[in-house]
Write a protein that binds this ligand. Structure first.
Ligand code: SAM
Ligand code: SF4
Length: 352
């Protein structure tokens, strides 16, 4: 019998980030998949992704929605958002994820509270929010309105690297990002974070530290994917040090599964940019969450955080059918009408 792989410290993580052995990697992915299936069998839970607005107050150096870019800006109407939520409900998704650029106005907060409480009342879907660094009071109000999960990627846990990727001002403070993650936890959210992989200046040591960081802050959910240079952003000409961002991303998914065990891990859309079956590959390397895009087709081309984003010409029906077929091809099935909450969250809260 071959020995089980154990990922218990930074040395183990770095070993697999560096290895080029196909045999070793196959074993890593297959063990991560087995551990994942020991929690939820071969079920994958869907979160319908509604990109409700591309207006943003921030200027992150890597993002196609950054404030200084002259792009067409939109905000979906309440009716459009509720229609998208109804689609998730009708198809048995159980959950949706509402995402947008960062807007900190009172008007936006009240709009979100109205949307979230209406979706909860009408469809009882579990909701993940991804609106950036809102104040603790705002986050508490959104929680009280019915949202129970929040996704805020740290982008990189290396503060010096973080500063190279963002303008140097209060709006882009690393410490505020950390404080917001802490606030989310103290409010009682299931907390998700994540990073981009293959960023300019990033090293394998940074990636290994990122996995240790996820453990240290004890996260419930994880979303990671390759960094894709956007030609109109300040970072576009800086050549990343790390090569092969897709295969590194797959390794990161498997390593995170084996190190963090019972958290939810997304097979992110960006995984499909470098490899047409990238999301399926992530799902058989330890990921258990898929996020079909539910944003209306006419708006998708305006939410281009990076170029070559998949699915922008598709309808929500096409995205749903396509992902169902992709799941069948890897012998997985949808966790229909289930929230698919993070098992880790309930253990952390000592609820199970
Ligand atoms: N505004 C919110 C925030 O920043 O948390 C949510 C929306 S933002 C577009 C969602 C994620 O997109 C970011 O956390 C970042 O990791 C990712 N992203 C932005 N630009 C990217 C790029 N060029 N390549 C890959 N991912 C990118
Ligand atoms: Fe805005 Fe988020 Fe893009 Fe930063 S990553 S510019 S906060 S949408």
């Amino acid at each position: 019998m071959t020995k089980e792989i154990s990922i218990s410290d930074k040395k183990d993580i770095l070993y697999y980030l560096k290895t080029k052995s196909k045999k070793e990697l196959q074993k890593l992915f297959s063990q991560a998949n087995s551990l994942c299936e020991s929690y939820r069998k071969n079920k994958v839970h869907f979160r319908g992704l509604i990109e409700i607005s591309n207006i943003c107050e921030k200027n992150c150096f890597y993002c196609g929605l950054r404030k200084d870019l002259k792009i067409y800006r939109y905000t979906m109407t309440k009716k459009e958002i509720l229609e998208a939520a109804k689609f998730c409900f009708d198809k048995g998704f159980g959950s949706l994820c509402i995402q947008s650029g960062e807007i900190t106005t009172k008007k936006r907060l009240n709009f979100l509270i109205d949307i979230i409480s209406t979706i909860k009342k009408k469809y009882n879907l579990q909701m993940t929010l991804s609106f950036g660094e809102l104040s603790k009071t705002s986050l508490q109000k959104l929680f009280d309105a019915g949202a129970k999960r929040y996704l805020l990627r740290i982008e990189t846990s290396n503060e010096k690297l973080y500063q190279k990727l963002h303008p140097k001002d209060q709006k882009h403070s690393f410490q505020n990002r950390i404080n917001t993650l802490k606030n989310l936890k103290s409010i009682g959210y299931q907390v998700g974070t994540g990073i981009m992989i293959g960023l300019p200046y990033q090293t394998l040591n940074d990636l290994a530290n990122d996995i240790l960081f996820f453990k240290k802050i004890d996260i419930d959910m994880l979303g990671m994917g390759p960094y894709i240079a956007h030609p109109k952003t300040p970072l576009c000409d800086v050549k990343p040090k790390l090569k092969h961002p897709f295969s590194l991303s797959l390794k990161m998914v498997a390593l995170a599964r084996l190190f963090l065990k019972d958290i939810n891990i997304a097979a992110t859309t960006a995984m499909q940019v470098f490899d047409k079956t990238g999301r399926e590959k992530a799902l058989i390397a330890g990921a258990n969450i898929l996020m079909p895009i539910i944003t209306p087709t006419n708006l998708r081309k305006n939410y281009l955080i990076y170029p070559n984003k998949p699915c922008i010409e598709d309808t929500k029906e096409q995205c749903f059918s396509c992902l169902k077929a992709r799941l069948r091809s890897i012998n997985k099935k949808i966790g229909k009408n289930e929230f698919g909450d993070s098992i880790h969250f309930f253990k952390r809260k000592k609820i199970i």
